[in-house]
Design a protein around this ligand. Sequence first.
Ligand code: FMN
Length: 197
Amino acid sequence: MRKIDLFELMRGRRTILDYKEQKVDRDLLIKLFGHAAYAPNHHLKEPWRIKIFEDEARSAFGEKIVDSYIRYGYLNTLSDEKLKKARQKYDRFFNSVPHHALFYMNKEDNGGYLDDENYAAVCAFIQNFQLAAWSEGIGTMWTAKPTLLDKEFIRDIGLSSTEHRLIAVVQIGYPNRIPRNRGRTPIRNSIEWIQTE
Ligand SMILES: Cc1cc2nc3c(=O)[nH]c(=O)nc-3n(C[C@H](O)[C@H](O)[C@H](O)COP(=O)(O)O)c2cc1C
């Protein structure tokens, strides 16, 4: 059995912005998602659903995301010419990443607590996936923006805002460049030990 130091893996994984062209083999991706599915999930609902945009589908997916950024006012200050250039830049980015995985779930509680449970389980799945991928030399970038709440965007990608909750878009591929580790603050700062009333 391959020996992986889990602590090294957790500390060594970095968010990757710059990817090689080479696609990750589909069977390997399926294997990694299969490992990720051992994430904790209440009542074994396995709420994760994934749409993976590859090849020719990447430009259209990227365009829909940029359309949503525009609706949210991110690119409002740009002139028509600059907006055109920004769109071209986004298009280059979306085509520079071999796979864009959109994670979502079915709503069952009208945005209530049960949906929060499932959302949490999908987040655990995503981090399991990121670590499993990193152990195979595959990089990822977890992104989440208000676009995930954009009804028009949700409809544009063939889902429904009443039935589905979008959770993240994760870029996947072999890293071209690995950013430096910026470290974390001492964990003691985040812990309170409570022993008496
Ligand atoms: C919910 C969530 C949303 C994120 N959204 C973005 C994003 O929109 N753009 C981005 O570059 N990174 C995004 N990240 C990645 C973080 O920026 C990254 O994890 C952080 O900078 C630490 O870097 P590391 O993952 O290399 O340790 C997101 C991470 C999470 C968990």
